[in-house]
Structure formats: C-alpha cells, structure tokens
Design a binder for this molecule. Structure first.
Ligand SMILES: [Zn+2]
Ligand SMILES: [Zn+2]
Length: 342
C-alpha cells in the first residue's frame, strides 16, 4: 500500500509498505478520505514534538473509511462497516482519567497515518474512539469529526446560554465550525480576523458582525460596540494561537466574562494580562486542549444528523499522489481544508 510519511522538515514521501494484518482487537480500515489540518502544514515544515515520535513517521489524523478486516476478538464492528476513526484514546486508568479529565490523560495515545491507503487501528482506539457512520455522510465530511470534536470541547466548557454573545478570534477552519455551533446553540457571534475573504465567509455562515484586525481602526473597541452595548462579550474564544491574540481575547470580554484559550501557542510563549480586569472584573480564563471520546461521539452525531454542515470547509480535493501540491499550497495560502482521497 502507499503511505505518506514524514522523513524530515519539508520532506514527506509516498512510501510503499506492506498492508498491515490486524491482530487481536485491531481493525484494518481502507481510508475513504483524510482531511488536512493546520497542524499538518506546521508539522510538514518543522516536525511536531508530540506527533512525530520516530522517523519516518506516519502522517495525518483526520480520517474515515471502510473496515477491510477485523482482528480476532473484535465484537462491535465487522467488515464493510463505514467508520470514522478518532485519533486518540485515553488510558482510562491514570489519575486524570479517573477524574474523567480524559484530554489530560498521562498516557494519551495518538494515532497518525490518515494519508495512506490503509490504516491499522489499535485495540485502544477500536474500544474507545471508533464510530460507525451512516451512508448519507460522506467520508470527507465524516473526517471533520476530529476538528469538530475539539471545537465542541471548547464550546461546552464555556457553558453557553441561549441569547449570549460570543467574540471569536480567528477565521480559519475552526472559526467556521465555531460559527456553526454558535448558531446551533442560539448564541450570537462577532468574529475578528485578518483575512477579509475568510471573514466574509463567516458572515455568510451566520456571524452577526465581522471585524478586521488589520483594516479596522481600533478593532477591539469596534467589536465591543457590537457586544452587550459596549460592555464586551459574555464569552470569548481565541482560535489563533498567538500571544498577542491571547491578550486581545481578555480585552474583548465583559466584566464577569469567560475566556477560552483554544489556540495553542508555541512552547515557552508568555502573555501579559491586566490584573485589574482579572480581579475587579472577575474574568474567568481557561484553556482547552484536544477532545475526548465523548466529544468525538457527539461530533459524529451532529454531522450524521446534518445539524452541522461543513460542506464549505473543504476547498479542494486531491489524490495521495498529489501530496507535493497539497503541502506547497497549504503552506502558501492557509486554505480552510483539503480532502485527500487515496
Ligand atoms: Zn486536526
Ligand atoms: Zn489516562
């Protein structure tokens, strides 16, 4: 089978490998579609401290397909099942797992290798994070369960109430999903971002107002004018992952507001926060990382029921052989998402 593997910075190769044989509790999935993620383009360029553990490394983590073969002892799945594969599974034994804080698992297992013809799904994921999908859901839409699960995780931690007002920093693929979820929860949303066409896209999807961080003068003040009569947002989501936007996020919240840091910054980054706002204005700040099997299952459900329709997120379709084009374009133009159909 063909599998795209990372051999070094800007060096990925389509390697010819033997099709794996599923052993006890494992399944072999024939990939129907894999979708690209901002993380993949970053990893392509410079590697990744958690995802790249050996060289060459399997690559890609958003994937759906059909079960080709089941190993011994697999009970809940059979050959021919259409599935989406969750890319992680907690250990269910450690300190954090016992507290149901699964994204903090001390032994969180990550599965990579979506950019291939087949993937071997280990027992831990088969048991915790493999999901059947209906025939009405395409493989590329199903693959979006992964980013949607992350977004759901952040959204539910914010505990949004109907009628509340949300400020969103970031107009990328995650922004698109946040806008759709906000609509579903009856929350009105003001989006701030840099790319005008991506902001317009969010407006078309239902954002109440959009504010450009590069073109609008005093973007924070302008955004706040749309939020609770100038008081600021009930909830803020930072979906960029830069120290400067983390700082902006706290400025967009109203007194008593909740701020969710969804975008991860480079390791070692520092931010400056106004202690007056934190103390006298009682801001609530927290980070959210990744997803859990619970949010993954909910994401699959929302996509299956077409409550979230992510059609506009995929802006191009490529074969595995066109990988050079995908990564060059990905690095240059920061696309929403591409689907790779092996
Ligand atoms: Zn992803
Ligand atoms: Zn654990």
């Amino acid at each position: 089978m063909k599998a795209l593997r990372w051999h070094g910075p800007e060096d990925v190769r389509l390697d010819e490998l033997a099709i794996p044989e599923p052993s006890l509790g494992e399944v072999l999935v024939k990939i129907g579609a894999a979708t690209t993620c901002g993380t993949d383009f970053k990893t392509f360029k410079r590697g990744h401290p958690r995802l790249i553990k050996e060289i060459p490394a399997n690559f890609g983590h958003e994937m759906a397909g059909v079960i080709e073969k089941c190993g011994e002892g697999v009970e809940n799945f059979q050959e021919g099942d259409r599935v989406v594969i969750g890319n992680s599974a907690p250990c269910k034994k450690c300190f954090y797992c016992k507290k149901q804080e699964f994204s903090l698992c001390e032994d969180l297992f990550f599965l990579n290798g979506a950019y291939a013809e087949y993937i071997q799904v280990p027992q831990r994921i088969v048991e915790a994070n493999l999901h059947k999908i209906p025939s009405s859901l395409s493989f590329s839409q199903a693959a979006l369960s992964e980013p949607l699960a992350c977004v759901l995780h952040a959204f539910e931690k914010l505990n949004p109430q109907k009628g509340e007002q949300l400020a969103l920093l970031g107009a990328g693929p995650m922004g698109v999903l946040f806008v759709q979820l906000a609509k579903l929860y009856g929350v009105s949303l003001v989006a701030l971002g840099r790319d005008r066409s991506k902001l317009e896209n969010l407006k078309n999807l239902g954002a109440k107002e959009v504010v450009s961080l590069t073109e609008d003068e005093d973007a924070v003040l302008l955004a706040k004018s749309f939020l609770n009569e100038g008081r600021g947002a009930d909830m803020v989501i930072e979906a960029v992952g830069l120290p400067e936007t983390w700082e902006l996020a706290t400025q967009l919240a109203r007194p008593g507001g909740r701020v969710c840091f969804y975008g991860g910054c480079q390791k070692g980054s520092q931010v400056q926060l106004d202690t007056y706002a934190l103390h006298y204005q009682e801001l609530k700040l927290f980070g959210v990382f990744h997803h859990t099997p619970h949010y993954f299952a909910r994401a699959v459900q929302l996509l299956s029921e077409k409550k979230i329709c992510a059609e506009g997120l995929i802006v191009g379709e490529y074969s595995l052989g066109e990988y050079q084009k995908v990564f060059q374009k990905g690095l240059k133009s920061h696309p929403l998402k591409y689907a790779i159909i092996p």
